[in-house]
Design a protein around this ligand. Structure first.
Ligand SMILES: [Zn+2]
Ligand SMILES: [Zn+2]
Length: 374
């Protein structure tokens, strides 16, 4: 086994046990009851012939990480992190696509069956046997639990690592591997391009990347926000307009005017007002809230509208997305923190106090922890 260092949650560690700034997590914050992450020594498998060892430099902090921590069962452990960039440090004997020193990126899928219709279509994210997740999954060969990218080293099958194009800032590029590809696939699948009219609801990790990508694809792009104070942010991201969802007059005037509405709002909400913004035969793509939704069929009937969803991305789309982002200079707007501040990042993410994505710098794990043997 290979030994590395990372940030591990144990379900029996409540926020009471937190140290440092994270102890201030407010009781009404969802992070208040999530287990704190502790620096820990971790084991990675020895390289198989098709494996890469990756030194993880930057890992994004995704809403899924927070959800996974909250859902952690008593006695279980978790190392989150599924959007990271780094450098190849070693390769298995059969690897030809990568060599030591190559910059790479890894997303939230690290394996799939490779033979089902979805995998054959390059949609490993929809694999019929469920893709192996970067953390909280189970390795297809040895059954071990996968440990995520909040760690200084990750061992991954070469097929699920992506060349990180030159010119993309590795910290800003990390969130492209989850948030980025999650908005990229539906934008492409729905044919967004020059002349398209796109609206993006929710300006968080997903939404801000959806705006940048839609603009770069040539779409007339509008941000939908509950408050007018997002106007400056929308403009800075390249959007051409802001629609205030709480302003009935504005919403009425915008009826039937978007080919695609990308809805990244994570809380349950009424889809009616957003469906009414979609044009004839257009699509509302629901990406933020993945639970049950209540839809009045009349909101679909009038205008033959479509309701769709998507999540993560297959290998071809992920590689294409990275190339597109390199070409157009697109990275996430990030706040980079040393990984020792991971609990603070999670606590702030829990109350949406970030524009728009936290990224952990894992290089601080190279130094010994104060008062620790790891
Ligand atoms: Zn994610
Ligand atoms: Zn499959």
């Amino acid at each position: 086994m290979r030994t590395t260092t990372g940030w591990l949650a144990n379900a029996s560690d409540t926020s009471d046990g937190r140290s440092g700034s994270a102890a201030s997590a407010s009781p009404d914050s969802p992070a208040g009851s999530a287990p704190a992450l502790r620096r820990s020594s971790l084991e990675r498998r020895d390289l198989r012939p098709d494996d890469l060892a990756v030194r993880v430099d930057f890992c994004g902090v995704c809403h899924s990480d927070l959800h996974a921590l909250h859902a952690l069962r008593e006695g279980a452990t978790l190392v989150p992190g599924h959007e990271f960039t780094g450098v190849v440090t070693a390769t298995g004997a059969a690897v030809t696509r990568f060599a030591a020193g190559d910059p790479v990126a890894v997303g939230n899928i690290v394996d799939s069956c490779g033979t089902c219709p979805m995998c054959r279509a390059g949609q490993e994210n929809f694999c019929h046997t469920f893709p192996t997740l970067t953390y909280g999954g189970s390795d297809r060969q040895d059954g071990s639990a996968t440990l995520g990218g909040y760690s200084r080293e990750y061992v991954v099958r070469d097929a699920f690592a992506y060349a990180l194009p030159a010119g993309l800032d590795p910290a800003g590029a990390a969130p492209l591997l989850c948030a980025g590809v999650t908005v990229w696939e539906p934008l492409r699948a729905l044919g967004v391009g020059p002349g398209s009219r796109v609206a993006v609801a929710g300006l968080g990790g997903l939404g801000h990347l959806a705006v940048k990508m839609a603009v770069a694809l040539g779409a007339a792009t509008t941000v939908i926000s509950r408050t007018p104070d997002k106007a400056e942010d929308a403009r800075r991201l390249g959007a051409h307009g802001l629609l205030v969802s709480t302003d009935e007059g504005q919403m009425d005037r915008a009826r039937d005017s978007f080919d695609v509405v990308i809805d990244t709002i994570s809380a349950p909400h009424d889809l009616g007002p957003y469906l009414r913004l979609v044009t004839l035969d257009g699509t509302l793509s629901l990406l933020g809230h993945l639970g049950r939704v209540d839809v009045n069929a009349m909101d679909l009937l009038i205008g033959r509208k479509k309701l769709s969803s998507a999540g993560s991305g297959g290998r071809p789309a992920t590689a294409a997305m990275l190339e597109f982002c390199a070409e157009h200079g697109i990275t996430a707007d990030v706040e980079v923190l040393p990984s020792a501040r991971v609990n603070e990042a999670l606590e702030r993410l829990g109350r949406n106090d970030v524009r728009y994505r936290f990224v952990l710098d894992l290089s601080d794990l190279d130094a010994p922890a104060p008062g620790s043997d790891t």
